[in-house]
Design a protein around this ligand. Structure first.
Ligand code: CO8
Length: 379
């Protein structure tokens, strides 16, 4: 393991984005949920009339587009989701000696990030796979990816829901800065669709699947075309029950149904909106000030992608006007909420046009609550 001299220059030198082939539109999701509602409500009409059961509420594509800005999402496996008798993806189980689904997603993005950084596995000392869920506890997905890429070093998985990517970039920054690694590969294989309750109109439209990756390395060894100095990082967590998933390995031991709605993603969306927006705006203003620059000096904001109205509110508070697509790009219309990958997708798609010296901020906010940010300057 390298024990290098600490460095004050740490950079992001490569980014990768991979999305599955399958598109799922709002209309498709609404159609299956509404068919399910008709079926369930007819079957349980007597109990519903007697006030013993709640009817299943129907969804509406116009509500979804207006309330969230989401128009479609990519899903790793589409088969099964639109089957009214199943309404969850039918993901084929793989044998222990096969590549796992999440490692495959991770590799698709990692290889692109390595190519962009002009690096191979031999140049990397550590792999962090960081996302909202990992498909198993051990062996770590990161170690599986490490083996596939021929990386001699170490890897580990970490979970911080929507801030998994930014918090992992913070760890990578610290590792490179302190000299424990020359370069770190940070990967976010966000396989969210198995945790979505496609029967719940409040949340059935929110998530999509994607994988993103970044290479964080010593500034003195970077030789890529687009290199960004990390000027500062900031993280904040404040406990909240408003976004939860209760599924975990202990579900096996509980008496309750391991597939009950509370075991899947659920939230108090309105409360999240109200509480997180001011927190994120304040966090960003402070973070920019900490590195000694002004909000108006930031050329681009690569923000978390949960809800278009949230991003508009946050940027309005920060900038005093509604941000343009050039200032704070929106990608959730195509990708939906991809947990921690959202801001990294925005970076992937909107960074090559920046000029030398331009400043940008990556920021995530979500479950926990958790907020994470990085201020970057293009070399
Ligand atoms: N169709 C029609 N009507 C609907 C629908 C629908 N699909 N959904 C809700 N309604 C109804 C409601 O029932 C309500 O009716 P009523 O007034 O009669 O009660 C009405 O429409 C208004 O509902 P809301 O107040 O809930 O609507 P909002 O305008 O607040 O929009 C949102 C709902 C879009 C959910 C919004 O609140 C939001 O985006 N909030 C922020 C949420 C957020 O950012 N959450 C972060 C979660 S992601 C995260 O942290 C990572 C977790 C890890 C990944 C998980 C992977 C699975």
């Amino acid at each position: 393991m390298p024990n290098l001299t600490p460095t004050s220059e740490v950079v992001i030198s490569g980014a990768g984005l991979w999305n599955p082939d399958h598109v799922l539109t709002n209309e498709e999701l609404v159609d299956v949920l509404n068919r399910y509602a008709d079926q369930y409500n007819t079957e349980h009409q007597a109990e519903i009339d007697a006030g013993e059961l709640e009817p299943v509420a129907k969804s509406d594509p116009d509500f979804i587009a207006k309330a969230s800005g989401i128009r479609q999402r990519y899903v790793y496996v589409k088969d099964g989701i639109l089957d009214v008798d199943r309404m969850r993806p039918r993901i084929p189980e793989r044998a222990d000696d096969e590549l796992s689904h999440q490692a495959e997603m991770a590799l698709n993005a990692a290889r692109k990030a390595l190519a962009a950084a002009n690096k191979t596995g031999q140049d990397i000392d550590a792999v962090i796979v960081s996302c909202a869920y990992t498909q198993r506890a051990y062996p770590a997905i990161a170690i599986e990816v490490q083996a596939q890429l021929g990386i001699d070093g170490f890897g580990f998985d970490m979970l911080v829901a929507c801030s998994a990517a930014t918090f992992a970039l913070h760890r990578a920054n610290e590792m490179v800065r302190s000299g424990t690694a020359r370069a770190v590969l940070v990967i976010n294989p966000e396989l969210t669709s198995p945790q979505v309750n496609y029967r719940d109109r409040d949340s059935h439209f929110i998530f999509g699947d994607v994988a993103t990756a970044m290479v964080v390395e010593r500034g003195d060894q970077a030789n890529a075309e687009h290199v960004y100095d990390i000027l500062g990082t900031q993280a904040k967590t404040v406990y909240s029950n408003n976004i939860r998933s209760n599924f975990g390995y202990v579900s096996h031991a509980f008496e309750s149904d391991p597939f009950a709605p509370d075991k899947l993603f659920h939230q108090e969306g309105r409360k999240v909106f109200k509480e997180v927006c001011p927190m994120a705006a304040q966090h960003l203003a402070e973070q920019v000030e900490t590195v000694g620059v002004d909000v108006k000096d930031i050329r681009r904001w690569w923000l978390h992608q949960a809800n278009i109205n949230m991003n508009q509110l946050i940027t309005k508070r920060l900038l005093g006007h509604e941000a343009s697509q050039d200032e704070a790009p929106i990608v959730l219309d195509q990708y939906a909420n991809t947990a921690s990958a959202g801001s990294i997708i925005a970076f992937n798609l909107y960074h090559k046009d920046l000029g030398s010296g331009d400043l940008g901020v990556i920021c995530s906010f979500g479950a926990g609550y958790s907020i994470g940010s990085l201020v970057l300057r293009k070399r």
